[in-house]
Ligand binder design. Structure first.
Ligand code: FE2
Ligand code: FE2
Length: 339
């Protein structure tokens, strides 16, 4: 972060989005054989670029309403986090596009290039909203300063699929809420969320197609473990972030806990079209455990010494219980088993 001294809410912590890279040689071996029609359809949709004129760079993104210092902090921290997360997607897609081109996979390279185009627009738009707040983030230098996490290809496919779909649900639920409660719409940025979330939805569909190119990733124990771990970790990160930074949702007139639960429910339901297993959120203790995890997380931040150790142990045991909650087999998994 430059230009402004890093205020506490702009400092990085565990919940700040990370930058990723993956096994590119393996990605270059992706077989489109059985997914050819889906691939062509997705590529044509991306080339059509429905949102070409949507992210109008001339629209002023200044806040419409004065916020209290605390609210301003919540809004800015939301912007920073979202901007870094969009930029992290841009970097991953751009790198994949570049390396897939070198590996003589021009079509796949183009698909990633088009997704990078969208993420660059999203990050750029959020960056403009930050500039309107008087905050400059030097994104390119941030990417060279921060460590880049390496993930196997299977992890990237599962986790990026989920982050695109959870992104879709986050944007669309905020959009629907603000359309129903226009009085809470305090910044022009939010008027752009509907077509924006369609970009994320498309990216998620592309990752669903890419997962299908690797059928073994959805089979047997491996498919179940990948589904369980990524759904759980993406939901946990979401819950901790939304509840930690709940003030932002309160300014929008939303209940952070209800928003988090709805985002999880919808994303879990959507994921049943891609993953072989999803959580059984309706009948299990998953969401109740979320409340206890968030409460313990908050206490841990206040506590010290032995009390902190006790809370850490409780936190770990709650996490273990949550990740072990019952799952149900999906139709997407059943197709794979019989394919
Ligand atoms: Fe995006
Ligand atoms: Fe995306």
């Amino acid at each position: 972060m430059t230009a402004t001294p890093a205020a506490p809410h702009l400092r990085e912590d565990l919940l700040t989005p990370r930058f990723y890279t993956t096994e590119i040689e393996k990605a270059a071996r992706t077989s489109l054989h059985h997914q050819r029609p889906a691939f062509e359809a997705m590529l044509a949709e991306m080339q059509a670029d429905y949102n070409r004129d949507h992210f109008d760079r001339r629209v002023p993104l200044d806040r419409l309403r004065d916020l209290s210092a605390e609210e301003k902090e919540a809004y800015e921290s939301y912007l920073v986090r979202s901007c870094v997360s969009e930029f992290s997607g841009f970097l991953l897609f751009k790198e994949l596009s570049r390396r897939l081109k070198q590996a003589s996979r021009p079509e796949l390279s183009e698909l990633f290039q088009l997704m990078a185009r969208d993420e660059a627009r999203h990050a750029g738009f959020l960056n403009r909203a930050l500039v309107a707040e008087g905050i400059m983030i030097d994104l390119p230098s941030l990417s060279t300063k921060r460590p880049i996490t390496w993930f196997p290809l299977s992890w990237v496919l599962y986790s990026v699929y989920l982050s695109e779909k959870i992104g879709y649900w986050r944007y669309i639920l905020i959009d629907r809420h603000l359309k129903a409660n226009p009085g809470n719409n305090f910044a022009p940025l939010f008027d752009f969320f509907e077509p924006w979330c369609q970009d994320e939805n498309r990216h998620g569909d592309i990752f669903n197609m890419l997962i299908r190119c690797w059928p073994q990733l959805r089979r047997g124990l491996r498919g179940k473990l990948l589904s369980r771990f990524f759904l759980w970790s993406v939901f946990l990160t979401h819950s901790l972030t939304v509840c930690e930074r709940g003030n932002f949702y309160k300014i929008l007139g939303m209940d952070p806990n209800l928003f988090d639960a709805e985002v999880m429910r919808q994303t879990n339901r959507t994921a049943s079209r891609a993953f072989p297993w999803v959580f059984d959120l309706e009948t299990s203790d998953f969401v109740d455990l979320r409340d206890r995890i968030v409460a313990t997380f908050r206490q841990m931040k206040q506590a010290g010494g032995l009390q902190k150790l006790g809370l850490k142990l409780r936190f770990a045991s709650l996490l273990l219980r949550q990740v072990s909650q019952p799952m149900r087999a999906t139709e997407a998994g059943a197709q794979e088993a019989t394919a």
